[in-house]
Write a protein that binds this ligand. Sequence first.
Ligand SMILES: O=P(O)(O)OC[C@H]1O[C@@H](O)[C@H](O)[C@@H](O)[C@@H]1O
Length: 283
Amino acid sequence: MAAGIERIDFKGLPALRLGAGNGASAVVSLFGGQVLSWTPPGGQERLYLSPAARFDGSTPIRGGIPVCFPQFADLGPLPQHGFARTANWSVLNERSGEGYALATLGLRDDDATRALWPHAFTAELSVLVEDARLDLEFEVTNTGGEGFDFTAALHTYLAVREVEETRVEGLHGYSYRDKADANRIGRDSGDVLLIEAETDRVYHGVERPLLLREYDRSLGINNADGFVDVAVWNPWVERSAAIADLPDDAFRRMLCIEAAAARQPLQLAAGKSWWGRQTLVAL
Ligand SMILES: O=P(O)(O)OC[C@H]1O[C@@H](O)[C@H](O)[C@@H](O)[C@@H]1O
């Protein structure tokens, strides 16, 4: 597609299409502030978007990069993964030039968010497409008069050709909480992580970039700043079949490698900001 940013309708929802001018593009839905597609130069889609995803403007969209905020998973009293993924975001900024496109979406507290979570905040998601790179920055500012706690994640659904032939490198030696095994704390001891069963882990304090290797392509994943944890999720056979908006064999085509701040709640004092980043590089 041409370079630049255009407003589009994506299955009935308002969205932005970001084009970097060299074949690289991304689609970002205003519902959820959610990246739904990312194609680096060469034209291969690198995010998984469920063919059974719902676009009704109230159900979370299954796939792409949902924003989990102000709660990751079920780590608190809010709906699973918080409310940001079912909120309507606004466009704060759009910029494009030679070889890049950048959009920033914003969300702030309103009556609906305060009914669930009584805090004043602004959140911004910046999405940059440039060459073979997708850069995401998620920033939260406490605009109220008192501190608050939150957990957060960019719940990135990566498209894989065959999950059992996919290797994740870089997690060796890190400890993780294993939700698929009664929240047992384990330590990764292998050279690579293979996905051969239901996997639902939060790795703690991951400082190295990760490499997702497939037989004919790879993806570099770097989580930075406030995203100190990495969640790895694959629902495998039974859970895939039980999730209504995922085809039964979806687990073969996706692997979530998420930038997270989920080991313990973050405390954000009045007037302060926090931010975390995830960068994907197609190799
Ligand atoms: O179905 P949801 O709400 O989008 O959540 C999907 C998964 O998200 C993961 O991040 C959680 O660790 C899993 O436990 C959860 O099942």
